[in-house]
Design a protein around this ligand. Structure first.
Ligand code: GDP
Length: 648
């Protein structure tokens, strides 16, 4: 790429809607040398000229899809110059790459513009809206229920018992597969009614799904152990359910136990604004025992009643729309995802997009392991055929064909990159993740696995799946987003950016392009030859024990010789590098008389008139330190970086 050194007088005149001659005259008045239309004006001077001649209210309009090139052209700036300016501002952005608002503001300000965001027409929401009671046009669909509550109050046991209480079908223990959701059928007023349960207890999963925009749950069952009462996670569950604006049914569990006191629980509920019917409120509370099965049938009947009152309906015609309940890479089967269909009907052979992944439905199975060829609203099905594992809560849409699916995914990946643009290190490292786990901030770790042969890939994936499943707290989860055989390549790294994953290589390395991309985007690539080392690292990370260690690395020092000030008021420290080197963007401390006065960052480094990235020992240069104007001769500028220490 050849980068222009400035802007032509004729271009700038055109931008400012002046004739070339007028601009040359105006420049002469400002004391700027300009010979004729073809002479070049450096970009910094052009910014000053723009501000002086056009006023500072110049603005450029951007939209969510604006590329750097479009913004540059809207400002009348050569696109190459905008790319270069972005580099100077510390961001590597290609001409045709989309730019987010922060980055757009930076580039606009650099050329003396402000940014106006063009209002975008809101896309029509594609997910089915909740049917109003009695709207009566679409067919009734089964309610979708999530069980929440404090740890050990019996969520898992209740789900198990319900799974076995398949009253109408008479089958006992028919559900054989764990697919993250299942349906039961009960008889109600002589009619058969279905209920869909999400089999993913844990508030984190519920909230994560909501955070991704998936309105999946219709009713929350709040489990409270009768011998224990309302506990912190019970309160958390109430808050989550309220935030989701869904009805709550309370299951007072473990009533078989000595010392259980359901009426005490009902009183406690009142304190949290859940007033049960016998106290004059409208909250249904059902005493149950997940152990003996007492009350479970009544609980199911109440669910059907609440569903009737709320009249959940969905259109079963047309292309399916739904949400991912859970997804993983399964050894031997590749990516498998449980899809909860929310409207329309999903068929084998349909092309679909789920979050940032796409594919064709190769096979569908239900929780009984039966193969299905179609699935209507509120039906959970396990789908095979996606290209990678999507995230729980990702929306699923059936599209016309594979080409359209790929186009949508490409756009979303591009958007994911755009959203993260603005901070250069967009990926995640395992150590940063571990640190967040220890602070209780981040719960999900996504990984991409590459290996030398199918057998080793499967061994690693199954080991990782097992480690995640073995976690009893259900809070810290590890998901394999993609697995495959072969060298780690650039596309693995860009998927890692889009899915916030780290890349694990087993007996394989990353090729050069992948290494460069990983370095640029801050994606961590970890390679192993011994599976024990891999699992040990992941285990430590999951326990929050792998926080990063940093060490200071002194790069070099400079001595200030003279202080300059530009007409714009910028203070430059004219200095000599006395040892090592100084790097633009690096951290710097200002030392005067042996004392550190201030720490900041090197904003600009200039040799003669050129901006440079680094200056080495023995050379003079001009240094601008961010937020520091009190430059005095003999000050020492010590430049350093914090380096992360590798543990292995
Ligand atoms: P979760 O953490 O909410 O999923 O709770 P679990 O379903 O794992 O149950 C925690 C413990 O309570 C287990 O030891 C269960 O056997 C026990 N438990 C669950 N429900 C009942 C019940 O109705 N009666 C009795 N006596 N024990 C129960």
């Amino acid at each position: 790429m050849t980068v222009a050194k400035g802007i032509k007088i004729s271009e700038l005149a055109n931008e400012l809607q002046m004739t070339d001659a007028e601009l040359v005259l105006a420049l002469n008045d400002l004391g700027v040398k300009a010979d004729g239309p073809a002479s070049l004006l450096d970009f910094d001077t052009a910014v000053t000229v723009r501000q002086m001649l056009a006023g500072s209210e110049k603005s450029v309009e951007i939209s969510a899809t604006s590329t750097l090139k479009e913004i540059a052209e809207a400002m009348g700036v050569a696109p190459n110059a905008a790319v270069k300016k972005m580099m100077e501002l510390g961001q590597l952005v290609a001409m045709n790459q989309r730019v987010n608002k922060d980055a757009a503001e930076k580039i606009a300000a650099a050329f003396g513009f402000t940014v106006k965001v063009k209002a975008e027409p809101k896309p029509e929401p594609k997910l089915p809206a909740r049917a109003k009671p009695g709207s009566g046009v679409m067919p009734v669909r089964p309610p979708v229920v999530t069980i929440m509550g404090h740890v050990d109050h019996g969520k898992t046991s209740l789900l198990d018992t319900i799974r076995k209480t398949n009253v109408a079908s008479g089958e006992f223990g028919g559900i054989t597969q764990h697919i993250g959701a299942y349906q039961v059928e009960i008889e109600h007023n002589g009619e058969s009614r279905k209920i869909t349960f999400l089999d993913t207890p844990g508030h984190a999963a519920f909230t994560a799904m909501r955070a991704r925009g998936a309105r999946v749950t219709d009713i929350v069952i709040l489990v409270v152990a009768a011998d224990d009462g309302i506990m912190p996670q019970t309160i958390e569950a109430i808050q989550h359910a309220r935030a989701a604006e869904v009805p709550i049914i309370v299951a007072i569990n473990k009533i078989d136990k000595d010392g259980s006191d359901p009426s005490r629980i009902k009183q406690q509920l009142t304190a949290h604004n859940l007033v049960v019917e016998e106290y004059g409120g409208d909250i249904i509370a059902v005493p149950v025992s997940a152990k003996t099965g007492v009350g479970v049938k009544e609980l199911l009947e109440y669910i059907v009643l609440v569903a009737e009152v709320n009249d959940y309906r969905a259109d079963s015609h047309g292309h399916a729309v739904g949400a991912i309940v859970e997804a993983s890479i399964e050894p031997g089967r590749g990516p498998v995802a449980t899809v909860l269909v929310q409207s329309g009907t999903l068929h084998v052979g349909d092309c679909l997009v789920a979050g940032c992944t796409q594919g064709k439905v190769r096979a569908m199975t239900n929780e009984r392991g039966e193969r299905l060829y179609k699935a209507g609203p509120s039906t959970p099905v396990e789908v095979q055929g996606l290209s990678m594992a999507p995230d729980a809560g990702d929306t699923v849409e059936v599209v016309k064909n594979e080409r359209e699916a790929r186009k949508i995914v490409d756009e979303r990946l591009q958007d994911a990159r755009t959203v993260r643009l603005g901070d250069n290190r967009r990926g995640i490292t395992i150590e940063a993740w571990s640190e967040k786990v220890s602070e209780g901030e981040l719960k999900d770790l996504n990984v991409i696995v590459k290996g030398d042969v199918q057998g080793s890939v499967e061994a690693v994936v199954s080991e990782l799946n097992k480690m995640s499943a073995d976690r009893t707290d259900g809070e810290v989860r590890l998901t394999v987003k993609l697995s495959g055989v072969g060298t780690i390549n650039e596309s693995d790294v860009s998927l890692a950016v889009a899915t916030n994953s780290i890349v694990i290589g087993f007996n394989v390395r990353a090729d050069q392009a992948a290494q460069r991309a990983a370095e640029r985007d801050g994606v961590e690539i970890r390679t192993y030859n011994i599976i024990y080392n891999l699992t040990e690292d992941i285990d430590r990370a999951m326990n929050g024990l792998l926080a990063p260690i940093f060490e200071e690395n002194i790069l070099g020092s400079a001595k200030v010789l003279q202080r300059f000030q530009t007409p714009k008021g910028q203070v430059i420290a004219g200095s000599m590098i006395t040892d090592g080197k100084l790097l633009r963007g690096a951290d710097v401390r200002i030392i005067r008389g042996g004392q550190t006065l201030f720490t900041s960052r090197i904003d600009t480094l200039r040799r003669i008139k050129d901006d440079v990235r680094e200056v080495a020992q023995g050379f003079e240069c001009g240094i601008v330190v961010e937020n520091w104007n009190d430059v005095q001769p003999d000050d020492v500028l010590q430049c350093y970086e914090m380096k992360q220490i590798q543990r292995f």
